[in-house]
Design a protein around this ligand. Structure first.
Ligand SMILES: *Cc1c(COP(=O)(O)O)cnc(C)c1O
Length: 384
């Protein structure tokens, strides 16, 4: 748990103790490059592009301020921001594998993470095994002599299956593996991956960090040594840098992260309660439900509840499900999550999906619970 005083320091002071001209809102450094008045300074910067601004595909001061804060939230030495979460994950993985290596990936991980392994890295001689992450024995059984990495995502974000991160990360470290943890679902307020020993903690900053559905961004957090390795490799060569304006928007969003998470969790509690008692609903899977079968893992991994869950309707009639979805007026149908707006992702929209047509994911935004319940009540009446 991040202590309230520490949270306050990170969100409202860290890196901002001395701002030019006493500004309260940090400046946006809209400069593609940075000039020098002495050859010695220029030389020093060229020799340490990781720390010193030379060119904004590398270090930009606005982006660096954001990185400093997110690294502090995640409890790591360092962080690197990218222009998307997928760019961040790809860089983190690719910086740590080579041809002939093998990676263990949990099933139902984010689809583009799976594609990175199944369709991109497979062309470069990196193999992988997909395993049921909730079964620790199955994960351990996937170990081969060439295995170098374990990629976890707990819980998976459509069907909410948790992995025993404490056990699995401990095991992976004992076996010399690099552990990549996609912690987008947990938000940077949940610091556990680093406490369990994860090496590289990735977030889609598009989600909770952004919080307003207007920025696409991603971040990798880890040791300074690993961030330097990624910086001089995939970060600079792929050039998926975050722009300073986007970093500024994320800095602004970060200020209200705890309040947003708290308000959304309050709404989620109300909506879950309503759905659990609704006759058209067969099941609700919110991992923060006190009766959840994986509640011990939940308590071990999360300090703060997350306002997203899945549910299933009794009916699997596609027409009724479509009518229901299209009857919503406040809750929107869309991918993604973490913004101010509640979002429904029905499995029926996927051309191919491991989830049945009566499976839905609901992210609860900042709207009041009563309005959301009224919207759902109206939509569910269309199932009859
Ligand atoms: C959205 C998401 C990503 C990808 O992030 P982008 O910012 O969309 O590139 C990765 N992992 C998870 C769990 C996500 O939800």
């Amino acid at each position: 748990m991040i202590a309230p005083e520490e949270l306050t320091h990170i969100l409202y002071r860290l890196g901002e103790e001395k701002q030019p001209g006493g500004v309260v809102s940090p400046p946006v450094y809209l400069s593609s490059n940075f000039s020098f008045t002495t050859v010695a300074d220029f030389r020093a910067a060229m020799a340490n592009e990781f720390d010193l601004p030379i060119y904004s595909r590398g270090a930009n001061p606005t982006v660096r301020l954001l990185e400093q804060k997110v690294a502090a939230l995640q409890g790591t030495e360092s962080a690197l921001f990218f222009s998307s979460g997928s760019a961040a994950i790809a860089a983190a993985v690719m910086a740590h594998v080579k041809a002939g290596d093998h990676v263990i990936l949990v099933r139902y991980a984010y689809s583009w993470t799976w594609k990175l392994l199944a369709e991109t890295l497979s062309r470069f001689g990196v193999s992988h095994t997909e395993v049921d992450g909730e079964d620790a024995t199955a994960v351990m059984a996937a170990l081969q002599t060439q295995t170098v990495m374990l990629i976890v995502e707990s819980p998976t974000s459509l069907n909410f299956l948790l992995q025993d991160l404490r056990t699995l990360i401990g095991w992976a470290k004992d076996n010399g593996l690099t552990v990549v943890c996609d912690n987008s679902f947990g938000s940077p307020l949940n610091r556990k991956p680093v406490e369990f020993g994860a090496d590289l903690i990735c977030h889609s900053a598009t989600k909770y960090i952004g919080g307003h559905s207007d920025v696409v961004a991603g971040v990798v957090c880890g040791s300074r040594e690993r961030m330097r390795k990624i910086f001089y490799g995939e970060y600079m060569t792929f050039g998926a840098a975050l722009q300073a304006e986007q970093a500024w928007l994320l800095l602004r969003s970060l200020r209200t992260l705890p309040q947003r998470m708290e308000a959304s969790a309050r709404g989620a509690r109300e909506v879950v309660q309503f759905l659990k008692n609704h006759p058209a609903i067969a099941s609700v899977n919110w991992i923060f439900d006190p009766e959840h079968p994986q509640r011990e893992l939940v308590a071990d991994q999360f300090d703060y509840p997350i306002p997203m869950f899945s549910f299933r309707t009794h009916t699997a009639d596609p027409d009724a499900i479509m009518r229901c979805c299209e009857s919503l007026s406040l809750i929107r149908m869309a991918v993604s999550w973490g913004g101010f707006e509640s979002l429904l992702l029905p499995a029926i929209v996927f051309a191919r999906s491991p989830h049945p047509v009566n499976h839905f994911r609901l992210y609860v935004g900042l709207e009041d619970g009563a309005s959301l319940v009224a919207d759902l009540k109206h939509a569910l009446s269309a199932l009859k």
